[in-house]
Design a protein around this ligand. Sequence first.
Ligand code: GLY
Length: 269
Amino acid sequence: ILEGDVSKKKDLQIALNDICKSTYKKLLNSDSYSAVLYGVCLLENNPLFNAGTGSKLQKDGRIRMSAGIMNGDKNIFSGVINIQNVKNPILVADRLQTEKHTIVSGDKATQLARDLGFQQYNPLIQKRWEEHLKKIKGNTGTVGVVALDKNGVIVTGTSTGGIGGEIPGRVSDSPTVAGNYASKFAGISATGIGEQIVNSGAAVKIATRVEDGMILKDAVDKCITDASKLNYEFGVISISHKGDIYVNKNTDSIFYAWHDGENIDVFNY
Ligand code: GLY
């Protein structure tokens, strides 16, 4: 999923198709955790997407990125908030999976990345700099991957460069359980206006409803219907332990791709 620049529709669809295919191949050769890390890295590395390389700038002209990964089998969420100058925030989030303290923010997250050996990297691209100079503000911008493997393990990963032009240090939904959540029953990754996703408790609430017996589609639809009543704008990609794949949104320009083992397809609204 991602914030879609509709003028780049064709490029986005081609990129998503390729990334979906190679992420699925990785899933077959490894597991859902490795596949999610791999898929999110590919999205972070592609400057078309607002995460990692190609991230938007905050109001003070600095890029601060956030990412979260959750292992639904181990029930562990880890993440980084407002990390700077790393290539793949999701890989730093990954390194926190096995730590006692699993979510780290700001300068200390960047310092932690250096201590762990992550190289200094500038994720800025020309287009984002020009948008910043023109004070072009977005509302959204996120990439995410959800996967279920042959052992029934669900993993979700979500990464973002934020909305652009936001107050320095703003925290998005992506490194929270509202924007990224996996359980033994469902995995959900959200994109849209972070504050509204947090207010909705979106991802964790959908997973809880599925655990309590609701089918994935109904749980997601309820979340989006409730959001619409509040004029909130966001969307989610999701997967259940039964292998159901479902996407719903109430905002434009969300692109997504899915692979169910037999079919692959790429969509945008
Ligand atoms: N969903 C991304 C953000 O609000 O920053």
